[in-house]
Design a protein around this ligand. Structure first.
Ligand code: ZN
Length: 88
């Protein structure tokens, strides 16, 4: 079980994995994948977080409504782009 109080792994951790932030609209379960650095930069610019902010906690700082349904309830999780050098 995951607690809503658990902020998740700090964003800085995903730098070494080339990961990003997957933002999921809870109403529609549609997601958008955001690059990591702009997300951190926005948190810092707004004074609400930084690279130490937990991946799950980022959802609380999303201010723009979902472009698909206008919903404002989001969940965030790490996202990793497909690696070209993966074994086939
Ligand atoms: Zn939506």
């Amino acid at each position: 079980m995951s607690s809503p109080q658990n902020p998740g792994v700090p964003l800085a951790h995903y730098r070494q994995h080339g990961g990003g932030v997957r933002l999921t609209c809870v109403a529609r379960m549609r997601h958008r994948d955001l690059p990591l650095e702009p997300v951190i930069a926005r948190l810092e610019a707004r004074g609400v977080g930084n690279a130490q902010t937990g991946i799950k906690a980022v959802a609380a700082f999303v201010t723009a409504p979902c472009p698909s349904c206008g919903g404002r309830h989001f969940e965030t999780a790490p996202w990793f782009p497909v690696r070209r050098n993966s074994q086939v």
